[in-house]
Design a protein around this ligand. Structure first.
Ligand SMILES: [Zn+2]
Length: 388
């Protein structure tokens, strides 16, 4: 791969024939048609949050450097932005009047700047590395560039490395904010559509089901034009969740792919299942409400999933005091289980630090984490009971 440093291009040069697609949020062309600003392996323009894009203009006005920009020179002598798309799109939008900034305390677009400031922006020189080489080596190298501003996340990098018809087709479905299904999916999947979180989830689910890594799956399908398998598996998971459980906030972001694999072929009484979920969602002693779904799917065999909260210190103290006073009166141990024994512990009075709180009726059998269901046991007996 050859890399050549260019310092002759100015903001004016790059903005020559700048085209920005408002609808898709993409800067498309610059450098008088010679530069493709958003090639396939680039992500959407995500600087238009009124902060990062304005910061780019601020830097130009203060004559700060914008940092290194990388172009890839294609075989037909055209250029593609490898790194710097966000910065170029920001100043391109500004110069073409699509972005306003605060200047001397008032909102203004490019035309509202004093002449000398306009010239300053337009004449700003950029530092551009132009690379020429095989697609593979450029993509590999691109993966290692430390992006200025927002770093690429794992899925964005995978999209770059495995760019091709499969990624294009998958993005049209899973990274498309105009897809009407996103609203429905957002009940189960957490993240940002534009940052590829939904696509990543879809790929993780199918890859896990096939027992391969996401990288492996993407490289196998890279040149496929169809995403039928990916889409149909994803829809099966979503349909299964929607058909099994009533919607709830706690469902978002769970490991639905894994749960689908484990439980989708089992049959449940759905009315009973959902009644139980609702009951558990109201139980304040449950620490991990999100795990309620897995807990009921697994036939309530793993109470550990729910991280049931332990008793409050104040409850323990109160129960200890009550229990100890009664035990002293009767001349027996304040551990009710020791009191039943025939050994020397039968009359032993434990200190509070030697005891633990226990659910009289186990939580898994419906016992609440409340003072009425709390007893103090010596550590030995509590451990023995817990292991049963
Ligand atoms: Zn005991």
């Amino acid at each position: 791969m050859i890399a050549k440093l260019h310092t002759e291009w100015t903001v004016r040069d790059i903005c020559q024939g700048f085209i920005y697609n408002e609808y898709e949020g993409k800067g498309l062309l610059g450098l008088n048609g010679k530069l493709t600003i958003q090639p396939k392996y680039q992500r959407h323009y995500i600087y238009n949050d009124g902060k990062k894009d304005v910061a780019v203009i601020d830097s130009l006005l203060k004559e700060y450097p914008l940092g290194l920009i990388y172009f890839n020179k294609t075989k037909d002598g055209q250029f593609e932005v490898l790194d710097g798309q966000q910065r170029i799109t920001s100043f391109g939008r500004f110069v073409t009047g699509k972005l306003t900034i605060l200047f001397n305390g008032r909102e203004t677009d490019f035309t509202g700047l004093p002449e000398e400031k306009k010239e300053l922006v337009l004449n700003s020189k950029l530092v551009v590395f132009v690379c020429e080489g095989e697609e593979g080596e450029i993509l590999e190298w691109f993966q290692t560039i430390n992006i200025v501003g927002v770093k690429l996340n794992d899925q964005e990098k995978r999209n770059a490395v495995f760019c091709g018809p499969f990624v294009d087709a998958a993005k049209a479905v899973f990274s498309n904010t105009l897809n009407a299904n996103i609203q429905k999916w957002s009940h189960y999947i957490r993240g940002d559509v534009k940052r590829q979180d939904y696509l990543e989830k879809a790929l993780q689910w199918i890859s896990n089901a096939k027992g391969v890594s996401v990288d492996k799956y993407m490289s196998c399908y890279r040149y496929n034009t169809s995403i039928a398998e990916l889409e149909s598996y994803f829809n099966s998971v979503i349909d299964w969740i929607a058909g099994t459980f009533q919607m709830d906030d706690y469902m978002c972001g769970l490991e639905w792919g894994r749960l689908y694999e484990e439980y989708h072929s089992k049959h449940y009484d759905l009315i009973q299942l959902n009644n139980r979920v609702r009951e558990l969602l109201l139980d304040e002693s449950i620490g991990k409400c999100g795990n309620i779904y897995e807990y009921v799917l697994g036939g309530e065999a793993e109470p550990r999933l729910l991280e049931v909260r332990i008793f409050e210190d104040s409850t323990k103290k109160l129960v200890y005091t009550r229990q100890t006073a009664l035990a002293k009166e009767q001349g027996i141990s304040n551990c009710p289980l020791c009191a039943l024994s025939n050994d020397s512990n039968r009359t032993r009075i434990y200190k509070i630090g030697e005891m633990d709180a226990d659910h009289v009726t186990a939580w898994s059998r419906g016992g609440a984490t409340s003072i009425e269901n709390c007893q103090m046991l010596c550590k030995t007996h509590n451990r023995a009971k817990g292991n049963k």
